[in-house]
Design a protein around this ligand. Sequence first.
Ligand code: GLN
Ligand code: ZN
Length: 757
Amino acid sequence: MTTTIIGFPRIGEHRELKFLTEKYFHHEIDEEKLQAGAKALRQKHWQQLHTAGIDYLPSNDFSFYDQTLDTAFLLNIIPEEVSQLELSDLDKYFALARGYQGPAGDIKALPMKKWFNTNYHYLAPKFEKQTTIKVRGAKIFQEFQEAQALGIDTRPVLIGPFTLLSLGEFSDDLQAQDFVPALITAYQEIFTKLKTLGADWLQLDEPALVKDLTPADLALFSALYEPLLAQKAGLKLLLQTYFGDIRDAYETVIDLPFDGIGLDFVEGLQTLELVKTGFPADKTLFAGIVNGKNIWRNNYQKSLAILQQLPVEDLVLSTSCSLLHVPYTTANENFEPAILEHFAFATEKLQELVDLSEILSGNDSQLLTQNQALFAKKRIQENTALATKIANLTEADFTRTPAFAKRESLQAQALNLPLLPTTTIGSFPQTREVKQARAQYKRQEITETAYDAFIANQINDWLAWQTEIGLDVLVHGEFERNDMVEYFGQNLAGYLFSQNGWVQSYGTRGVKPPIIWGDIQREQAITVKWSAYAQSQTDKIVKGMLTGPVTILNWSFPREDLSLKETALQLALAIQDEVLDLEAQGIRIIQIDEAALREKLPLRKSDWYSEYLDWAIPAFRLVHSQVQPTTQIHTHMCYSQFTDIIQAIDDMDADVISFEASRSNLEILDELKAQHFQTQVGPGVYDIHSPRVPSVAEITNTIEEILAKVPANKLWINPDCGLKTRGVPETKASLTNLTTAAKEIRTKLSAPVTSRR
Ligand code: GLN
Ligand code: ZN
């Protein structure tokens, strides 16, 4: 039995790639140094896989920013304004990723979106009239040769044309079909070139196949692959899917002359059944059996039970998706052995693949016995009181009274805010100074008193500055938080934290998802101290800032022995305590961030409510259902891709919601109107994911565009997300422009700033 993986974390064991790339962004190293560092990392990773005993290694799973952007770049799917910039190829690539503001021009970054049901983000390729698809990049070829030079034959990886088109944005009246012939030609050119270089296999990633597919989608798939497979240039093609099963495409796919098909047996609920209906003898099945998304040890007995049912002769053991979504290794963690033995990060998953292969080949029975002993252990002590409390929840626990419309007018009177109130999403820049203070405190290098004084000072400075530029609803700035989920987890029983468990979120950004180990309970007040402090320093309203239960869950590594629903309710009860404490301390606006609510929406529509929204939305309501009518509940969601679940978002029954609409477009607003969305909205008037500063005119324009679709008395003016990843100068410049723009529009609407809403 042989083994492979779909992809490996490219960021490096110690996030080397992040630091290297950021140095390049800050002009501290040149391109040559960056490339050399990247090459060394790739080499280390290949050698590691090789030493671990993995049989088939991927290449081109490396990326400086994002693999979808790499594929678009390779195929010359580059907006005209960027091709024309007088910049190196690498800088054009980064301009697409991050925007560019400098002597060569001023362009916005490509839209950044969530990668299927993960917390990874890709850059959406833009297909325009001028787009001329051709092979222009060389990365995939160079990396193949690079491994070859080390004596390692790899299987290059590329996003397949179907997924590329399905992720693309099309300008004018263009559509996917328009680009089919050019894509076929270009992919075939890549096949030929790879074959010439000595490649045996090519992996085409087609995760878009796990979604609901219409007959038109399937026709597009066939229109791409029939001609492609007719001329493979002697290369073997692996069609790789992940994040679910391919029930709509299975028949189509097995009838096509692919050489290998990669299926997900972890998230793919129907994968096993599909394969049991038959799998062609002339194809290799790449069975994704080791979970590429979670950090728990693989249960060998369960995996073997699946593998042994497969009516397949030619089997390669693989991961369920790229290991990009899990941290690098448990070797740098200091959990006690009784805990650590339950975890497998990317490196340890390699060993699991090799173990499974050994067991299946009948070489080692000890491995199975040991694994069974691990799973037989009693890991935690259950909290039975909590389970009873959850079992006894009733409809009233999930319902806030009075209804929204009544609350809206009560809050207008109580809060006395101007028309188009301005605010931010919560965090201010996490400067070196801020991070250093937190780190020193954690290492006990400074006293609690010194640390508290530092945080208080930051809060006071930023409160004063917010007041000076005239923001209406202030925030304390979240300086005490490393991360919006980890910070909460640290104060909740049931959580564990890794030291180095970084996972790439986008570009050079990583997150360190905490691990839900046991039952959740709030141990003490979490945010009350700093929110109450900030409110005590000003007469203006300071918004309390919390992370909601669904986001905490979605950005943690969840348990595999408790349902997500049950875990969400445990979290909701803990955050409910926090909300009520804040309210009792005089906090009048409380924002409960559900940044990641959309993220775990099942990829198939038919599963949306039954598998997810039916518990996720009530979990959010449970958090705020008990507050006073005049306490205003805000929520924030990253990204505006919720056009299709607007009703569910309204059912969260928040009073105000902010979201990202600036980086994609304002289409969502038409839908809000069409569906009579009640909740007040802050669609985000500029993009914080890029360092460029929007001018007053640009923001004024955006607000006017929004006002054409949203009534003024429902509209809030804010950036599209928290500002913690930004620098201070650009933050101050941007927010100053934001408040100026809001004031200009208010004047235009000729509503005096002091008028009641
Ligand atoms: N309140 C958080 C912040 O401002 C929200 C972050 C997020 O939406 N990702 O950082
Ligand atoms: Zn956000």
